[in-house]
Design a binder for this molecule. Sequence first.
Ligand SMILES: Nc1nc2c(c(=O)[nH]1)N[C@H]1C(S)=C(S)[C@@H](COP(=O)(O)OP(=O)(O)OC[C@H]3O[C@@H](n4cnc5c(=O)[nH]c(N)nc54)[C@H](O)[C@@H]3O)O[C@H]1N2
Ligand SMILES: Nc1nc2c(c(=O)[nH]1)N[C@H]1C(S)=C(S)[C@@H](COP(=O)(O)OP(=O)(O)OC[C@H]3O[C@@H](n4cnc5c(=O)[nH]c(N)nc54)[C@H](O)[C@@H]3O)O[C@H]1N2
Ligand code: SF4
Ligand SMILES: [Mo]
Length: 907
Amino acid sequence: MNLSSDHLAIRTTCAYCGVGCGVQATPKGDGTATISGDTLHPANRGRLCVKGSALGETLGLEGRLLYPQVRGEDGLRRVSWDAALDQVAGQWRSIIAEHGPQAVALYVSGQLLTEDYYVANKLMKGYVGSANIDTNSRLCMSSAVAGYKRAFGEDLVPLCYDDLELADLVVLVGSNTAWCHPILFQRILRAKEQRPEMKLVVIDPRRTATCELADLHLPVKAGTDVWLFNGLLSYLARIGAMDPAFVEQHTNGLTAALETANIDCADPAAVARICRIDPALLLEFYELYAATAKTITAYSMGVNQSSAGTDKVNAIINCHLIGGRIGQPGMGPFSITGQPNAMGGREVGGLANMLAAHMDLENPEHRDVVQTFWDAPVMADSGGLKAVDLFKAIEEGSIKAVWVIGTNPVVSMPDADQVRRALSRCELVVASDIMQHTDTNEYADVLLPALGWGEKDGTVTNSERRISRQRAFLPAPGEALADWKILSLFAQRMGYSGFDFRSAHGVFAEHARLSGFRNTAADVPRMFDISGLAGLNAREYDDMEPTQWPVRRLASGQLEVEERLFADRQFATADGKARFVPTATRAPVNAVSEDFPLVLNTGRVRDQWHTMTRTGKAPTLADHTAESFVDIHPQDALLHGVREGELARISSEWGAMVARVQHGGGIPRGSVFIPIHWNNQTASDARVGALVNPEVDPVSGEPEFKHTPVRIEQFRVNWHGFILSRSSKALDSVAHWTRIQGRSFNRYELAGRNVIKDYSGWARTLLGVHDADADWLEYEDRTAGVYRAVHIVDDRIEQCIFLSPRQDMPSRAWLASLFCKDVLSEIDRVGLLVGMPVEKGADAGPTVCSCFGVGRNTICQSIVEKDLKTVQEVTACLKAGGNCGSCVPEIKKILVQTRVEAAEEKL
Ligand SMILES: Nc1nc2c(c(=O)[nH]1)N[C@H]1C(S)=C(S)[C@@H](COP(=O)(O)OP(=O)(O)OC[C@H]3O[C@@H](n4cnc5c(=O)[nH]c(N)nc54)[C@H](O)[C@@H]3O)O[C@H]1N2
Ligand SMILES: Nc1nc2c(c(=O)[nH]1)N[C@H]1C(S)=C(S)[C@@H](COP(=O)(O)OP(=O)(O)OC[C@H]3O[C@@H](n4cnc5c(=O)[nH]c(N)nc54)[C@H](O)[C@@H]3O)O[C@H]1N2
Ligand code: SF4
Ligand SMILES: [Mo]
């Protein structure tokens, strides 16, 4: 049933992370919708994190790409679909005729629906005849795929979310689950509340929000996870914590793996030294692991995004195999996927080295299965270029046309300036996106408008192999089309048969049939099998409930689903046995040096999604992290001459950026952490991808995003400032700026190097206030270099600017709240140029709980005044933390700090 009890609500799936939460959307009739959690969805059972809850705020059409456009001499020009697709097909045909099929490429995304992905892959591999289709999943979980394939023979995630609740020990490696997979984290925490004996261990160089609620945090030195897990393997073997029968009957290769591990990891003290972990802590972890049968090791980007990513994955799996911790409830190695349809992409074979339906490009039998099924004229027969090499080939000119779909590589690739160079040299760049302005679209010759979340229809698969429907509940805006449709129209223009799909259902049915085609033990067996869903009619597809694969239809007509794989201890290898993989230790490719003495670690913040094209629209998500930052240990800051709250320039051999210095992110000495989200649309110079080294894992091709040598230095400016304004501003004249979307205003943080002589004139020009009679209140202290001005239109605040040589400006929270008022009161006006309310307690401070908009000041004040002692008491008093729970770790931290400070004051 896609209709819920509320007749107007449509059941769909969240647009963001791989948890794949069920969402109920109720269109309001004005292009927006009310969003709530779907209580019937097994992933989240009604809960949503703050990003999911705020989906409604991202649906407006501001900034959307609505019509096909083609770049001419004087910029982009709107054209018809026919004209745009004819042009692309014409150029592709002539490039292929002249240079062969390897000269064109697709670069796609784990945020496409399975149906879109299936068509893209079929088009390239079976019709163009080239495997030059890669995806941003290369940057995300290709190491996890490679690791599973090496160990199990096929890319198979053995367990399901319920297992996380059944486990006695959950080890999170390189995963900030509290922020990046919040609903999964909430499920773990609730299980832990019910069974306090359940243990949570986090292995991460940073002390993240996830660590705040863990029993044990191992602050592993970046890049040394293989040592840590080799050490564990060696330890388990030594103390006899093994399952000899399982190892004997169901695995191969233990001896070789152990020999390798014992080379330099047999001594826990030596491992502790290399990993820079207190030896007692390391041993505590080893003992806990050895003593706990029901153990899950869940991992994400701290493992995958490494030049040793695939080995990290196999080092983890080896430890599970030696004790037979797999295939039973509550145990197993669990790769948590990032994007909503990372898994769907794997199923259709979206990576350049895969075929479709879990078959391999290099295997002639597999190629034959797929070619026969597709009735394809040609077939790619060797792996195509992986993302980093793909963009190199574009720069070098061997690839002459690239079509980017649903990803923003100018921001998200390593050595991102190289990607910019590549695209600016490429003969034909096509971009399909939902937004008009992205860093990548700036280089597109042809822009194609795609349907976005809420408008498109199809399926996604989450981290536990559960296929859920994304359903449309809004009309298609402008001339936007579904990605599968755009690709099919293009394929038809290329003269290819096999693309006359009429609906997402038609594509899905073909994909499901292929998964079952010749899929028998005697022919070409694969564990990926969704043939049970192949016969759904359009109505049944519409109504499809979230379903895990494999899913086959029994003779009785019933569907049979496996929620957990390998229960029968049979793996997808030729002999049915799992494989231990020897994982020799090696350090990250680029080491720190005198010139670049710090390690750059990059990742996510709680309330933004990737390049912010969608979350950046939601005011609810804006406050938690209002600008890009560089987190650094206070002693390193001192050493390198940068100060908290001020700006720093961070540079590597590859590029440079500017960000605000911050402490308190739990960063160890010797490294810095910078979020990935800011880009040229949201800041002047905060694109961290430009700094990241383009080193990759030799097996998976996944980039080393978490380890680049950098240096940091002061970014000298004469003044700091901020603007809040109802309109957007062009700030090219300012040395550094960042922007975020508030409720009815844009917030800009600024810093300048220019010497301002005429403050008033300069500020009026910057804000575009040319009318001498405008209601313009200002305060100027020339000696101190302090200037403040507020522009009022019809009794409403229109914009304000605050400048100072120091970071001593008021919190933006109260001024921001005035933008929601139609009329400023007398008392509001009194506070304007102070930037603070005259009434006590009216400044909530920076947002901590985005769901209920509760600020830090409010929380601190309540803790002191009402003597709150626990997070539960704070929630009962202020609601903060009571919805998605992502801010609970932060509330806990504030609680401790505030109570300590209050106690000190009393002394
Ligand atoms: N809020 C939010 N949530 C998201 C996303 C988002 O953009 N925003 N994106 C989604 C996507 S696509 C993905 S892939 C996931 C990513 O989810 P995560 O992998 O949880 O997120 P990251 O912040 O990239 O990195 C995880 C952690 O790896 C640690 N790390 C760095 N180096 C090492 C190392 O050598 N060893 C170990 N053990 N750890 C290390 C970092 O310090 C960091 O805390 O999040 C998904 N969810
Ligand atoms: N330094 C560093 N870089 C990283 C990472 C890191 O940890 N550190 N993580 C990497 C990882 S794991 C990932 S997954 C990537 C993510 O990086 P990207 O995929 O580049 O980031 P997004 O912002 O998600 O880009 C999605 C684009 O698709 C558009 N879009 C949204 N919906 C649709 C749709 O339905 N159809 C089409 N055609 N377009 C749509 C959006 O507007 C946006 O422009 O970043 C990678 N880059
Ligand atoms: S955890 Fe949050 S972002 Fe991820 S799917 Fe669920 S609601 Fe969406
Ligand atoms: Mo990702």
